[in-house]
Every structure is written in C-alpha cells, then in structure tokens.
Design a binder for this molecule. Structure first.
Ligand SMILES: *Cc1c(COP(=O)(O)O)cnc(C)c1O
Length: 860
C-alpha cells in the first residue's frame, strides 16, 4: 500500500535533554566533532545506521533510551559542555567584531542556487554548492553577519548508482522537510511566512521560507510546494538543475526576486538588519537586482529607474564561476519578456530596460538570448572571478562589455576560492597539531600549519596510514553495496575484502564529469596504466568518483569506460570507481589520499577546491596548472602536469598530457613515496607534505577567502552604498552625472599631445614632460581623468606592463578646450612608449571602466 501523506513525528525530549534540541537544530554540529561525539553517545550503532543524521537519530531512538540518558550524569555533563560551547560560539565577539572596521556592512545577503553544508541536507550538486556552504560556515566562524538565500529542492540532487553495464542511474529520493534540520519561518500569529510572485497568465507563485541555522548564519530556503500553488507551480522547487528552460527561469525568478522578498519578511519578523550588500554566487540569482530596483522605484522612496539602478548596483557583488562558454546561463529573450512584460510588467522596471540588461549587444553576441552573467555585471558595481587565472580569462571572455579597454583594466577582479578547515580537515590532523600545543579554535588557523614542522615524521606517516586505512574500509563498503546493486551474488564479492591496500600509494580523482575535466585521460594508454597500478615494487592505487549531469550522455559514457576498466579482475583491487560522490564520501576520501589528481583542459577549471582539501590533509597535488594550482604551485609543493596549451588537435593534446602524467607518476611520485628510511618513513615525501602544509595551508583556507571578500568587496561596496543612499542624494547625483557624461562623451577628444624634457638619446632617470590638449565639450575638467599611459613596447607598437598617470589641468580655453600637463620619469631601460587617454571620473565609480567609455588619440 502507498501512503497518501507522510510526515515525520519529532520526539518530545525529557526536560534535562532539552538542550539537545538546540544542538541538533544548529548545523554547527556538522563541523564540530565534539558535538558529533555527543550524538554518537546517544546510541553509537544507530548513529552510524542513520548516516550521522541527528534529526533521524532522535526520531528513531526509543523513548526508554532517552529517559535513561536523562538520568545519566556523565552524558548530561557532556551535553552541558557542548551546549555551553555552542552558546559561546553564537554570541561571543569574533574576527569581524574586532577587526573588520567601521565600513564593514551591518549585514550581507549571499544568494546561491545550491548550498552544500552537510550530507544530511543534500541541496547541492558540486563545487558551486560546496563553496557556498563553506562560505557560510566560515562567515559564521569569523562572525561575518551573512544571511544565505537559496531554494529548498524537494528531491535535492540525484543519487548515483551503476547498472550491471556500468551505466549511471539516477534516483531522486523525496526529502521530507520535517525530517531535515530546518524550521519554517513563521509570522507572529504562528502561520508560515510566505512570499509570492506574479507569473504570466494570471498565475502566481507562492513560497514558504525554511531556515537552516548554519552556526551564526541563517540560511533562508524558499519552497514552492505549498497548497496555494497549482500542480505545475508547486514543482518549481522540485529538483536542482532539472527540467526545461522555462522551469529554470522560474527557479531563478523565485531565487532572485523571491529571495529579496524572503529577506524582507525575515527582517520584519525577526528584527534582523536589512542587508547592505547583496552577493550573488554565480549569475542564477541575478534577478535580485531587478527586485531591489522595483522596491526603490515603486516603494516609498519613489526613485526614477536610473537612480534606483545606481543604488542597487552599489550594494551588489557578482561572482562569476565558469570560463566554459556553455556553462553561462542564458534564456531566450522572448521568455524573459513574457515573464517580466504583459500583466507582470511593473512601471518602475520596464521590460525594455530588463531586456537591455541581459542583452549581448556586443560584437559576437547573440541578439536572441538573455544572458544572466551579462546582466550580473551590469547590475553589480563589483565583480570577481575565483582565481587569478580565472579572473584573467573572465576579463577576456566578457571583454565585449568594455570593448575600449585593455583586458587588465576591465572591472573584474579575482578572489581565489578556499575551503572550510573544520569541515574538511580530518580530526586526526588537528590532533597532531594540538599535541604540539596549538589551539586550532583560536582565530589564527595558520598556526596549525606552523606545527607541521614540529611533528615528527614518523607521526605524520602513522597518521596518514590511519587515514588511508579508513578510506580503504569506506571504499570496500561502497564497492560491496554497488556490486550488490549491480546484481552480484555475495559469493562473487569475496575479492572486495582485499580491494585496495592501506599501504599502497593512493591517488584520488573525484569530481563532476563534464568533458573538460577529462575523467578518462588516465585511460589514454590502458596498458601503461595497468603497469603502473600493478608495479611489483611500487604499486599505485586509484580511487575515482564523480557524477555526470543526468542529461549528459557523453559524461555517462566516460564513467562507463572507467568502470569497465576497473571491473577487470586483473586490476580491480588497484582501481575503483565509487558511485554517489557527495560530502559523506568526500570527507574520508581527501584525507585518505596521498596524491590528488586533477587533469582538466586548461583554462576551463575556474578554481577547483578538492585539491585544496587534499592539501590540508597532507595530500600532494598532481595537477595541470589550472585554477588555483596555477597560482600557488611553487615547484616543491606537489607536481605540475605540463599542459600542451596551443596544440589544437584535442587527441594529440590528450596524448601529450597523458604521457606527461604517466611519466610523473613513474619517475617522481612513486619513487619518492616508496623511498623509506630505516624506520620505514619516506623522509623526502614527508618533507614535501610539510612544505605543502606550510605553503598552501593558510592560503587555501576559506578564512582567507572570506576575509578577502569582506575587505576587497563587501566593505567597499557598503561604503559606496552608504554614500549613495543617504536620502538617495548621492545616487541621484551619480545617475544624473552618468547620463550627462554618456550624452556628451562623443564630443570628448584628444586634440594634440606634446612632450619635452628628453632629447634624442633618452636615458634612465630623465623626466618626460607631457602636455595634452583636450576638447571636453560640455563636460567639466573634473568630470574626466586625462592620463598619460606608459609602458614597455612589444611587437613594434603594443604597450604592455602599462602604468597610468593623471595629468593636471593647466589652462582652460574657449569652446570646452583645455590643456593638461604632467611628467613621467624614465625608470626602466629598453623600449619605452606612451600614449594619452581620457576617462570619465567620479568618486563613486569603483572602476574607471565602469561606463565603458574612453577617448584615445585619433590614429594618424
Ligand atoms: C570539494 C567538492 C567538490 C568540488 O571539487 P572541485 O575540485 O571544484 O571539482 C565537489 N563535490 C564534493 C562532494 C566536494 O566535496
């Protein structure tokens, strides 16, 4: 029989166990091992059986056991300690309160389509979601006042299994919100708080708001599965990244527009401050800017569109995450018109304006699409990529938005991703550091890595073995389960007891399976791979995992290829594919690996974070110089697989890179790993582990990343935002100024350039005096920045390594003409060149490229 309705009955805790409720309902337990110990103590077997999910645990523990615990002095003492620790964590001053400064925002809203916080809240698919989860947890640790905004997917992302034929199968288990560690946001009268949004054809989309408490950070999750909605609309939040284009548009409408409305409801009900900065993690939540403009135009402020746009832009930060053009979120223009026009049009944000924001109206753009990333840049004053290299690639990729500017001047900066230490570092690694007298709970996590030099090599090695053995054990369990699912009988599974070996060099490779990540590069020469795995003296084992997007047949074929290879009895004890890569698998996987392999097609890996997690656990990276590794590989903290950039034939490129990979494993990695001293410790390997921890540890931690966001983006954004928003005078002035500059810009020109002070044979140390005669039309000299730009010369006349120096106004003539002067000192020998240019100037601009305008000398 099928149930027509289901719900989860929560237990009533005896009084003395009431604090347990607080500990279960705050997800801080997921990165706090002591709280996990407390849950385990309730019933160790049940704790394991329910996948370390405290809500399920409490829902299944017999009442008798609860009463027993209620009288258990030792347990109550543990409970009291854990509860007091949580209280202190939630209320004490942290880094933000002591060090972020006065300009730091009162509150920041962080929007993301997915959040990977813990395995028991499966609302993520991969890196983007894990990063968002790490961002919130780290913000909590640092005391940064963030509120997360996302969607609650009824099925989350799919669970992966394999068919007999090694084909990926997807299951979407129904999640019961009452069984998740979340609670519904309620109005004062106890009814659920709701928001709603108009849809085409007289329909509307209503959503309730769930709250997941992530330490100090509330995460609001919108859920369309409510009675008011039609069947179709209820399904808007059915699953992550599923369905048609229109379905995705509805999800993004709910996330962006609904997200702002949910924040307003949250502030109204709880008294939380309104966010001053809105951060959108990738373009999917970009519609949030439209909703904020609507509030300002149609609400009590009654601003005009250009002024409201300035207000909204000043307080918005946009992070782009993909250098893969196909990964950019685009909608048919008509569809956007349908959703924001007609009966849903609002006079404050006319649909033409909206279409213009997402339009690819540049060379090479497609006029029929609405591009969410392009809108993201236009609706946010500050934007970034997620590694140095990705910032550079993004400045190239979106160059059409600032066609007159050299790539390095386009207003996209970069903040390299990081990972949340307490989530991803094995407890044993923290304990090694603690034994050296380091307190990892202190505000200086980099201390842990200083301890790396003090811990004896033999202890590091022993700990790595413990971690490897744990991975082997976990992998065997998963393999057995997978084979049962694939239809094997128990008698056929004996070999699994000796699959993998806790003393063999272990290489990990786990990630989603889009083609650029090249899951099967290692299979390029199967015989050579076999020889590497089966080497009698220096064997290697590979642990592989990854999900393919359900609609990506190509990705599924790659998985099938690798699984078929690993099914071979000759190698199956040395290479395994573990289905259903998720946080639960990842946590023992990274620490258990000696080497983390990454071989993407450069430069398509925007950052990558799994290698960071491996590094924090003493794993060495073996990777193509892409994403974060391009930035921080220093020659001694792992290995760089040379990439055959510029080889156009993809097959040949794969060949070259695969062989470089085999060579590295055979000649560098394996010999070093197996080169043990008399005590059985591979001294040179350990040296590299120490160097990895020291050189990468502090950089790859998300504490560094979140501090960077606060200092480089959130605080400047809040400062501009405040300056503009004070009775909106600043915004009005800026909007009017921009309009004026854009109207009059065609009359801005460089008429003539003169220089003196350097004779026929220029020498280092001399000073060049530059004079620029400029026509500014109706603009005033203070509206512009007249610059001399100088640098080295490459390819005859290209200026590189440029520096810009502002010139001073020297004289004003009739008809809007002016003379500007300044000097440049010749500080470098070799080919030197200069030019002049005029840029718009206003104190509230975050970048001189913001208006996309520049006047250069006419070419003769
Ligand atoms: C870290 C992590 C990712 C992202 O790793 P990349 O290196 O960015 O591919 C994906 N899934 C899980 C479960 C992770 O823990």
């Amino acid at each position: 029989m099928r149930a027509i309705r289901r719900f989860t009955v929560r237990p009533v805790l005896p009084d003395s166990l009431k604090p347990l409720g607080d500990l279960v309902n705050n997800l801080r337990w997921s990165w706090h091992p002591e709280t996990q110990d407390l849950f385990a103590a309730i019933d160790p077997e049940r704790w394991d059986a329910c996948g370390h999910d405290p809500v399920r645990l409490l829902g299944s523990v017999p009442t008798d056991r609860l009463h027993e615990l209620a009288a258990d002095k030792k347990f109550l003492r543990m409970l009291e300690l854990a509860h007091a620790d949580l209280e202190q964590y939630l209320t004490g001053d942290r880094w933000y309160q002591s060090s972020a400064g006065d300009t730091a925002p009162r509150s920041i809203a962080y929007f993301s389509p997915e959040f990977g916080i813990t395995a028991v809240l499966p609302q993520y698919s991969g890196g983007l979601g894990i990063l968002a989860g790490d961002h919130l947890k780290t913000a909590s640790d640092l005391g940064v006042p963030i509120v997360g905004v996302g969607l609650l997917y009824r099925h989350g992302y799919f669970q992966q299994s394999l068919s007999r034929e090694a084909w990926q199968e997807e299951r979407y288990p129904l999640l019961d919100p009452d069984g998740l560690p979340i609670s519904v946001l309620r109005e004062e009268d106890g009814s659920p708080a709701k928001i709603s949004i108009g849809l085409p054809g007289d329909e509307s989309l209503t959503a309730r708001i769930w709250i997941a408490q992530v330490g100090r950070v509330p995460l609001l999750l919108l859920d369309s599965d409510v009675e008011e909605n039609s069947e179709v609309v209820r399904d808007v939040t059915d699953r992550l990244y599923g369905g048609t284009t229109e379905h995705r548009l509805r999800q993004e409408l709910l996330l962006g527009v609904g997200g702002v409305r949910a924040l307003r409801a949250f502030s109204r009900i709880t008294g939380a401050p309104d966010p001053e900065v809105f951060h959108t993690n990738e373009g999917h939540a970009g519609f949030l800017g439209l909703e904020r403009i609507r509030e300002l135009t149609e609400g009590p402020a009654g601003l005009d569109y250009p002024t409201a746009l300035e207000v909204s832009r000043a307080g918005t930060v946009f992070t782009t995450h993909t250098p893969v053009p196909a990964g950019i979120d685009r909608f048919p223009r008509d569809l956007v018109e349908q959703y924001f026009g007609g009966e849903n049009a609002c006079h404050g944000v006319p649909v033409d304006r909206i279409l213009a924001l997402g339009s690819e109206d540049y060379t090479g753009g497609d006029p029929s699409v609405f591009n969410m990333a392009v809108m993201g840049f236009r609706l946010s004053q500050r934007a970034n990529g997620v590694s140095l290299l990705h910032g550079e690639v993004s400045r190239g990729m979106f160059g059409g938005l600032w066609p007159e500017f050299d790539p390095e001047e386009r207003p996209i900066t970069s903040i390299t991703n990081g990972v949340h230490g307490p989530t991803w570092v094995a407890r044993e690694v923290f304990e090694l550091a603690e034994k050296q007298g380091v307190d990892p709970s202190a505000d200086r996590p980099e201390q842990i890595f200083e301890a790396a030099d003090k811990v004896p090599g033999s202890e590091i090695w022993a700990t790595k073995r413990v971690l490897r053995a744990r991975l082997v054990e976990d992998a065997r369990k998963r393999l057995a389960e997978s084979w049962r699912h694939r239809g094997a009988t128990p008698a056929e599974l004996g070999w699994i007891d000796s699959a993998l070996d806790p003393d063999v060099l272990t290489i990990g490779f786990a990630r989603r399976v889009p083609s650029y990540k090249r899951l099967t590069l290692m299979l390029r020469d199967p015989e050579r791979l076999k020889r590497i795995l089966l080497d009698p003296d220096r064997p290697v084992q590979l642990v592989i995992a990854g999900k393919s997007h359900p609609a990506d047949e190509g990705g599924k074929r790659l998985i099938q290829e690798i699984v078929k290879f690993s099914d071979d009895p000759e190698v199956r004890h040395r290479i395994v594919f573990l289905p259903n890569y998720d946080i639960a698998m990842a946590q023992p996987l990274y620490p258990g690996c000696d080497v983390w392999l990454n071989n993407p097609l450069r430069p398509y890996e925007a950052c990558g974070t799994s290698g960071m997690k491996a590094a924090l656990n003493g794993g060495l990276n073996l990777s193509i110089l892409d994403g974060w590794w391009d930035e921080w590989y220093d020659g001694n903290n792992g290995w760089a697989i040379p990439s055959a950039d510029g080889v156009d034939d993809p097959d040949r490129r794969d060949d070259i890179e695969a062989h470089a990979l085999y060579d590295l494993i055979e000649n560098e990695v394996a010999p070093r790993f197996y080169d043990e001293d008399a005590e059985g410790v591979p001294v040179r390997w350990i040296e590299m582990v120490r160097h990895t921890l020291r050189s990468l540890g502090p950089k790859v931690l998300a504490t560094r990343m979140v501090r960077d966001y606060v200092q480089k983006l959130y605080s400047p954004s809040a400062a501009t935002s405040r300056a503009l928003n004070h009775d909106f005078g600043g915004a009005r002035e800026l909007a009017t100024w921009k309009q004026r500059v854009l109207t009059d810009w065609p009359s801005v020109a460089i008429d003539h350039i003169e220089s003196s002070g350097v004779g026929d044979s220029p020498e280092i140390g001399q000073t060049l005096e530059v004079t620029v005669y400029a026509s500014l039309g109706k603009l005033r000299p203070e509206d512009v920045d007249v610059q001399v730009v100088h640098g080295r010369i490459r390819h005859e006349e290209d200026l590189v390594d440029t520096h810009a120096e502002s010139l001073q106004l020297a004289e004003t003539y009739e008809d809007g003409r002016h003379r500007f002067t300044g000097t440049v000192s010749l500080a470098q020998t070799g080919p030197f060149g200069y030019t002049a240019r005029i840029l718009p100037r206003h104190p509230m601009l975050a970048s001189p490229a913001e208006l996309g305008q520049v006047a250069l000398p006419a070419h003769v």
